[in-house]
Structures are given as structure tokens and as C-alpha cells.
Design a protein around this ligand. Structure first.
Ligand SMILES: [Zn+2]
Length: 99
């Protein structure tokens, strides 16, 4: 978090905004949780568990809508849709062959 979510003042290392007094405790906590979930998503992705990766990145986005997380979620969604399409095509091929 580079700016205060309340007044958009540039954030310093303080625990509250120097301009409006906004408490950064919960936004910082949410960022940390989001980063942890994003790391879990990357680990699942590396292990080839795309469904689990999708679940982790979706949880990550709930806590912080970071562009990096949104891109990973879209990639996983496209990958999921591609596999559904391939499965449907294979089902159709088998149906045609058995008819
Ligand atoms: Zn502020």
C-alpha cells in the first residue's frame, strides 16, 4: 500500500496516515493475507494442481485486488475453460464413433 486508502496521501512507514489519521492496521493485514494466499496459489500452480491454484488466487483477491493476482486468476480460468472444451470435443468424438 503506497497511498492512504482514505485520502490518497503518500504513505510513510507510520501505522496511521499523517494527513487524515487513517489506521493502516487492517489494510496491511489484508495485504499480508492476500500475499500468503497468492504464494500458495503459485505453489499449487508449480505442482500442477490448477484447481487448487484457482481457489487460492480467488481467496487472495478477496483480501487485495492486486493486478498480479487478477492476471493469474484469468490465466487459470482460461486454462480451465480450454480443458472443458477439449473434454466436450472428446465426448462428441466418442459419441460419433460409437453411433
Ligand atoms: Zn489519509
Amino acid at each position: 500500500m503506497e497511498k492512504c486508502p482514505n485520502c490518497k496521501a503518500r504513505r510513510k512507514e507510520d501505522s496511521e496516515c499523517y494527513r487524515c489519521g487513517f489506521d493502516f492496521t487492517y489494510p496491511i493485514l489484508c495485504e499480508q493475507i492476500s500475499k500468503r494466499f497468492y504464494q500458495n496459489a503459485l505453489q499449487s500452480f508449480r505442482n500442477g494442481n490448477m484447481s487448487q491454484a484457482f481457489d487460492w488466487v480467488s481467496k487472495s483477491i478477496i483480501y487485495d485486488n492486486h493486478p498480479q493476482s487478477v492476471r493469474l486468476q484469468r490465466l487459470l480460468l482460461m486454462q480451465k475453460l480450454y480443458h472443458v472444451k477439449e473434454e466436450k470435443q472428446e465426448e462428441t468424438r466418442q459419441t460419433i464413433q460409437s453411433a
